[in-house]
Design a protein around this ligand. Structure first.
Ligand SMILES: *[C@@H]1O[C@H](CO)[C@@H](O)[C@H](O)[C@H]1NC(C)=O
Ligand SMILES: *[C@@H]1O[C@H](CO)[C@@H](O)[C@H](O)[C@H]1NC(C)=O
Ligand SMILES: *[C@@H]1O[C@H](CO)[C@@H](O)[C@H](O)[C@H]1NC(C)=O
Ligand SMILES: CC(=O)N[C@H]1CO[C@H](CO)[C@@H](O)[C@@H]1O
Length: 440
């Protein structure tokens, strides 16, 4: 008898649950983080291995690193769309669910019900708290990996910092300095006055040829636009609409949800953005490719001018290492630059990293392997680092992307003899003809 009542009770509870829980919580079965493109938080990219870098018979003598700012708030335009568009979408989504439309599960519905945004236009592009953590942690890991080179004592002649004229890179530099020297000493770090169009770390702002033929040329987004109208994206819009209970939904709304999913996931470690829930893992891959196409054609291998212009920072690196190897300024231990996605992607392409055989195109989306994935190579806090090692009878240079060693193209090993790199890059990088490349 007792048993029967319990069974009845369980059945009744299950039944009540079923009235609400029409949908399956699909968003519980996958993690959106790997597919967020340039909004990927650095915490899933960083290298947790903090053990000291040991190269037999070598000693690290200089670290040179260039870093994309950490997680930031969206642009004012996106914030406005979020504030105006999302509450309306949210209300329709809740109503659809209550009318029995769509396929959200109960938790996903509650998660929407509890959602609101606190971001204001005045936060535009500013570094978030997560972004500060990313930079501080990154610095702490380098400090731990290079115990004989870096020290917690700051002195102006051993360290060089530089950032572009934006809040997010200035704040990134300061957070990084806190990670290296601690809060008290970091307050004494000297920074040169930031330049709006920095010829070294934001060179593309001074490249009229790139601006005219790529950045301001609508044709550069041809592949992305074609992909937006293609069958894969239509499929995403159809499935997202269906899950949320709409007869149809625009690409604009779907993209706004994806962007919000990205930002909210990046800046909030713990809670889950409801705006990720409408997307299946395959949908996220399509949204990711859509972003990859944009960066590929604007900053990557799409057009030669994108990366051909990217010699100034690499010349700076090689000039410094060459001069240090020749006995110059033994005091300089660390050079730290804080800049933007546009610089990192062009540099990565200039080095020939993550290069696919074929160009990325609208009709070339496949779930198959591709190297150019912005989620991997251009997350928030993306960084390239090079270490100069003094070895028994020569100097070597080690390259690191996202804190993991890579073999510098043209070398066979990591680290690579400095002379080999200097020889290899003599004509292309050391004679950096930026003005010639960029003149219209
Ligand atoms: C917020 O979430 C809780 C469960 O986590 C739920 O009980 C509550 O109803 C939700 N609020 C709205 C407005 O949906
Ligand atoms: C730090 O060094 C730079 C030159 O590298 C110099 O211009 C600047 O004045 C120095 N700042 C301080 C506080 O010593
Ligand atoms: C490149 O052009 C800028 C201004 O157009 C000039 O200030 C700079 O000196 C030039 N650089 C070289 C290496 O010629
Ligand atoms: C990056 C990418 O997916 N490239 C593919 C484009 O399509 C050709 C064949 O059509 C493939 O060989 C490439 O791998």
């Amino acid at each position: 008898m007792k048993c029967a009542i319990i069974i009845l009770l369980i059945y009744a509870l299950w039944k009540v649950d079923c009235i609400y829980a029409k949908g399956v919580c699909t968003s519980d079965h996958h993690d959106p983080k790997p597919y967020l493109g340039a909004k990927t938080p650095y915490r899933i990219r960083m290298n947790p291995d903090m053990s000291p870098i040991v190269i037999p018979d070598c000693k690290a003598v200089q670290l040179w690193t260039i870093v994309r700012h950490g997680t930031r708030y969206p642009s004012a335009k996106v914030i406005t769309s979020m504030k105006e568009g999302l509450p309306l979408l949210k209300n329709s989504i809740l109503r659809n669910y209550e009318e029995g439309k769509g396929a959200l599960c109960r938790n996903e519905y509650f998660n929407f019900g509890n959602w609101s945004t606190h971001v204001e236009e005045e936060n535009e592009k500013q570094l978030t708290h997560e972004g500060e953590d990313e930079m501080q942690d990154l610095a702490e890991r380098w400090l731990t990996r290079l115990p004989t080179l870096l020290s917690e004592n700051y002195d102006n002649s051993s360290y060089e910092f530089r950032y572009t004229a934006t809040q997010r890179t200035a704040r990134s530099a300061r957070s990084f300095a806190i990670g290296l020297f601690g809060r008290y000493k970091a307050a004494h770090v000297w920074y040169p006055e930031a330049i709006a169009k920095d010829p070294l770390i934001r060179f593309y702002k001074l490249c009229p040829r790139w601006k005219k033929y790529v950045d301001k040329n609508p044709a550069s987004l041809t592949e992305k636009r074609a992909f937006q109208h293609g069958p894969e994206m239509q499929g995403v819009c159809r499935r997202v609409g269906k899950k949320l209970g709409f007869d149809s939904i625009t690409y604009h709304d779907v993209h706004l949800m994806y962007v919000t999913c990205g930002f909210e996931t990046a800046w909030e470690k713990k809670s889950r953005s409801p705006w990720c829930a409408p997307f299946s893992e395959d949908d996220l891959k399509v949204m990711e490719y859509n972003e990859d196409l944009e960066y590929y054609w604007i900053d990557g291998y799409g057009f030669e001018i994108n990366y051909k212009q990217a010699c100034p920072p690499l010349k700076d690196l090689l000039d410094r290492f060459r001069s240090r190897a020749a006995g110059g300024d033994p005091q300089k231990k660390g050079v730290f630059y804080f800049t933007h996605s546009g610089t990192l992607l062009k540099l990565i392409s200039r080095l020939g990293l993550y290069k696919d055989e074929e160009k990325l195109r609208s009709n070339n989306f496949s779930k198959a392997y591709r190297k150019w994935r912005v989620s991997l190579l251009d997350s928030f806090g993306t960084n390239l680092a090079f270490i100069l090692f003094r070895c028994q009878d020569d100097f070597k240079i080690g390259g690191y992307h996202q804190e993991r060693p890579f073999i510098i193209p043209g070398c066979e090993e990591h680290p690579c003899p400095l002379n080999q790199v200097l020889h290899k890059y003599q004509d292309t990088i050391l004679t950096c003809e930026f003005n010639k490349t960029c003149t219209l």
